[in-house]
Design a protein around this ligand. Structure first.
Ligand code: HEC
Ligand code: HEC
Length: 240
């Protein structure tokens, strides 16, 4: 509507504006490799689009958290996703700023809601569409990155425990210096971690405040969120 009015009033000017817009933002090329939807594409939609096109808001009557919603015909710009034809898919054209006044995410949103997609992200989405735009039925649960000892667990143990459990003088012979020493445990409790069995892992009982015999309980109790992280790590096999 707004554009039609401009065209009627200022034909020369608006034609120029559309042209320069398109040449400034050309369509980034599709990535040249096989792309995986759940781990690579959906997380981009989840972060950049679903805040406005999901269960809570459906701006422009469009929602991307379901297959039926995501593949719909847009009101003015053809199919949102045209399998095997990324250059004809409205979402690609919109993300790349090729449709006037329909740059997605739109500028001027709340902090973090308007960051434009990178050429690399658009290239991945193009490759996914060109490879057939596979989208499994049913709700999509995002796979979280696995919890690892070095990345997630050791920093916590270092911060809260190394004061008393580092090196040869570690209390009760328990040391948090390496994955091996944490698994090995100490003199009284033996193995501190039984991989895949958080319920029988003394480490979890102790940091969860459920061990009544441990000395200095206040030094052993960790916040609930951290206890939960350690529980998930043990449950997943206590990986490096
Ligand atoms: C901050 C909110 C916001 C975000 C984030 C956002 N959009 Fe939109 N989107 C809108 C609004 C508002 C409209 C309606 C615009 C209009 O019709 O003028 C819209 C419309 C659309 C439409 C047109 C639907 C139709 O039937 O016409 C598509 C397709 C779309 N968005 C795709 C996306 C994609 C893909 C992303 C992520 C890369 C995204 N949007 C991110 C707000 C947003
Ligand atoms: C202020 C010192 C202190 C801090 C901090 C501390 N502990 Fe301890 N911890 C002890 C003492 C004392 C013992 C009992 C040693 C003994 O029985 O000889 C102990 C025992 C243990 C044991 C049993 C070892 C065995 O004998 O088998 C484990 C496991 C353990 N602590 C884990 C932790 C963890 C995990 C943290 C960090 C969240 C932590 N501790 C923080 C002092 C501390």
């Amino acid at each position: 509507m707004k554009l039609a009015l401009l065209v009627a009033v200022l034909p020369a000017f608006s034609a120029f504006a559309v042209d320069s817009d398109k040449s400034n933002r050309s369509l980034p090329p599709a990535a040249n490799r096989k792309v995986e939807f759940i781990s690579e594409i959906y997380p981009i939609f989840h972060a950049a689009c679903i805040p406005c096109h999901g269960p809570e808001k459906q701006k422009g009557k469009y929602r991307m958290d379901t297959r039926e919603g995501a593949f719909k015909l847009t009101s003015d710009h053809g199919p949102a996703i045209a399998p095997k034809e990324s250059a004809k898919s409205a979402i690609v054209l919109m993300m790349a700023g090729q449709i006037d006044e329909m740059l997605m995410p739109p500028p001027g949103g709340k902090p973090g809601e308007s960051d434009p997609l990178t050429a690399e992200q658009i290239g991945l989405i193009r490759a996914w569409i060109d490879q057939g735009a596979e989208w499994p039925g049913g709700p999509i649960s995002l796979q979280r990155k696995p919890i690892g000892f070095a990345a997630h667990i050791q920093p916590v143990l270092k911060q809260f425990c190394s004061e008393c459990h580092s090196g040869a003088s570690g209390q009760g012979g328990f040391q948090v210096d390496s994955l091996a020493s944490v698994l090995r445990g100490g003199e009284n409790y033996g193995k501190a971690v039984i991989p895949k069995d958080p319920g029988h892992s003394p480490l979890l009982t102790i940091v969860g405040g459920k061990d009544e015999d441990i000395p200095k309980p206040e030094k052993h109790r960790l916040p609930d969120k951290t206890v939960e992280l350690i529980r998930e790590w043990i449950q997943s096999g206590a990986p490096e």
